[in-house]
Design a protein around this ligand. Sequence first.
Ligand code: ADP
Ligand code: MG
Length: 247
Amino acid sequence: MASIELKNVFKAYGDLPPVIREVDLQIAQGEFCVFVGPSGCGKSTLLRMIAGLEDITAGELRIGGALMNEVPPAHRGVAMVFQTYALFPHMSVYENMAFGLGLAKVDKKVIDEKVRAAAKVLQLDHLLERKPKALSGGQRQRVAIGRAIVREPGVFLFDEPLSNLDAALRVQTRFEIAKLHRDFGRASTVYVTHDQVEAMTLADRILLLNTGEAVQREGSVAQCGSPLALYHRPRNLFVAGFIGSPK
Ligand code: ADP
Ligand code: MG
């Protein structure tokens, strides 16, 4: 069964022409899918529609088979990690990681176990009492990832989680995210980036989004397939150019 299914999905902001057109996509349970494309092509918009942070103008979104178009974010079984971390500045690392579970009225003892387990995996166990401002960028991003993990979601959503990190930390965090996905065998991951290298190294499947005029002409999907398929069999010059393959 597809974990995430989009059927003929459109998004228009206000009365403007649609920025997302005709997206059909099925992401299997356990799959790592990367949305990639130039800045402004609609990657975040598409991810935010899956998260429930943007309305879907037309089309269907299903998660685990259930129609999600009208379901609020907290009830979708998804957890999102943002580029800017979006931590609560006045709360400690522990409180940031526990926050969502507290809202969901999970037992305090269970929350404590989950937070400590996630902190250990992410090497945050010695930082639990700190406030975000006393952390490095990489540590803050790990707290944001920890906050997602403790909720044990069926779907992880990442929006350019590495773009505020320096180069070395970017590579390390990329490996950590790949490992997390493997360790959470049942979860599906959708990962947004404008970076071809990140896309090629992380993805089971890549969705490359069209930009500009091509969106109106042929819809938002330039090509969808495995990294090797896009590399060896790019459908057109835009795909070839973006992925860096010969055509
Ligand atoms: P990406 O994440 O690929 O850089 P976005 O999804 O952020 O692209 O944006 C896609 C398009 O939608 C862009 O042209 C952007 O200007 C437009 N857009 C995004 N958010 C809004 C909004 N709230 N209102 C109007 N236009 C928006
Ligand atoms: Mg974006």
